[in-house]
Write a protein that binds this ligand. Structure first.
Ligand SMILES: Nc1ncnc2c1ncn2[C@@H]1O[C@H](COP(=O)(O)OP(=O)(O)O)[C@@H](O)[C@H]1O
Ligand SMILES: [Mg+2]
Length: 361
């Protein structure tokens, strides 16, 4: 199913995920309008039009909605009310149900458990005493505390050890809604990206191995070097989730592989994901194209992987050291156009294709 002329896609959010989605939309002949609060965002640099306004500016939202055929979002902290308001005018995919789950760690873990997907043991806390009670109940000496909302790249979380002062740790999180999690001594971290279209067809990329530095994704290896049965299980879990939320679009599921071979779900991203950037150079249809295709009502693309890949994030000053990648025959550099370099800021990434093979010139 594909219409001609192609549609105009509206994207809420102006970051690099929006930028790469806009570029995928352009490949399919579409126009893109961005809505975000910042001027000169990475996504607006490659799009036809940008509405610069706050997410609660109803006049601007209405104007934006009227200028596009379909709307999506590129990050999960768009207010649910914004999406619900826009739904009065144009379809928004993925819908508000998935967004609401992914915005709140307790709703997320509860939803995963309700559909039979295992996670680390968790509990809700709204006071320091709740944390102390859980330590006793679980008979453990340390746990991880995370704010229920707005956490990313390890922000909004802290390890609590029974020897620490609970009030200091609690206050450092600056939130009254906390999830307490058992600390998983994992063997590795993996993630799976799935796309699903309006008629329920799914396309799943293989699980990938993720390595972090300072809580920020540093390197992704695709596919993850894990046994075939785990690959199947990780994909199955992600597809169960996509069906359960009736996904239209792309989502990523972050998972832990425990030392005794179990797979536990950690976090849902209701969007394209940093661990899927390798698909841009190693698959026929990459995660961004899948996102655009599914939210605009096109049929899903083949996720065919023609190469193995390693993705390395360019964080902060890494972006000044590109020579070594430009000299490699199998490295493909992607930059996001961010004007200012900041510590821990994602400036771009490099995909190294078939890192284990000798290349033909
Ligand atoms: N329960 C846990 N046990 C062990 N490590 C954890 C746990 N939860 C999170 N982590 C570590 O912290 C990282 C960030 O946590 P995550 O829940 O994914 O939040 P975010 O990515 O939004 O910052 C994970 O990738 C993992 O390395
Ligand atoms: Mg995470």
């Amino acid at each position: 199913m594909s219409e001609y002329p192609p549609k105009t896609l509206g994207i809420l959010g102006g970051g690099q995920l929006g930028r790469m989605s806009a570029m995928a939309a352009a490949k399919l002949g579409m126009r893109v309008h961005i809505f975000c609060p910042e001027e000169n965002s990475p996504a607006s640099m490659v799009s036809e039009k940008t509405y610069v306004a706050k997410y609660n500016d109803k006049e601007a939202l209405k104007e934006f909605a009227q200028s596009v055929d379909t709307i999506t979002y590129e990050f999960e902290n768009i207010p649910v009310e914004t999406v619900q308001f826009l739904q009065k005018f144009k379809p928004v995919w993925p819908d508000d149900k998935l967004l609401e789950i992914a915005q709140h760690r307790v709703k997320e873990k509860q939803f995963l458990n309700d559909i039979g997907i295992k996670t680390a043991r968790w509990s809700f806390a709204n006071s320091p005493q709740d944390v102390l009670n859980i330590l006793k109940e679980w008979n453990v000496s340390s746990v991880i505390l995370k704010t229920c909302r707005f956490g990313y790249d390890g922000k909004g979380q802290a390890k609590y050890n029974a020897k620490d002062n609970i009030d200091i740790v609690w206050n450092s999180l600056k939130s009254e809604e906390i999830i307490i999690e058992e600390i998983i001594d994992f063997a590795c971290e993996i993630s799976v990206i799935v796309a699903r279209d309006k008629i329920g067809q799914t396309a799943c990329y293989p699980p990938v191995l993720n390595e972090h530095k300072n809580h920020i994704l540093h390197k992704t290896t695709a596919p993850a070097p894990i046994p075939e049965n785990m690959i199947m299980e990780a994909k199955k879990i992600t597809e169960i989730l996509a069906d359960a939320v009736d996904l239209v679009g792309v989502l990523a599921l972050e998972l832990f592989v425990t030392k005794d071979g179990k797979i536990l779900a950690n976090e849902i991203a209701p969007r394209t994901h940093n661990s899927g950037h390798w698909t841009m150079d190693a698959c026929i249809c990459n995660q961004f194209e899948q996102h655009v295709r599914t939210v605009t009502g096109m049929t899903i693309g083949y996720p065919t992987r023609h190469s193995n890949a390693q993705m390395i994030n360019l964080i902060g000053n890494d972006v000044k050291k590109l020579e070594k990648y430009h000299e490699m025959q199998n490295a493909s550099v992607h930059l996001y156009g961010k004007q200012e370099i900041k510590e821990n800021r994602k400036m771009g990434h490099v995909n190294i294709i078939n890192p284990d093979k000798n290349l033909v010139k």
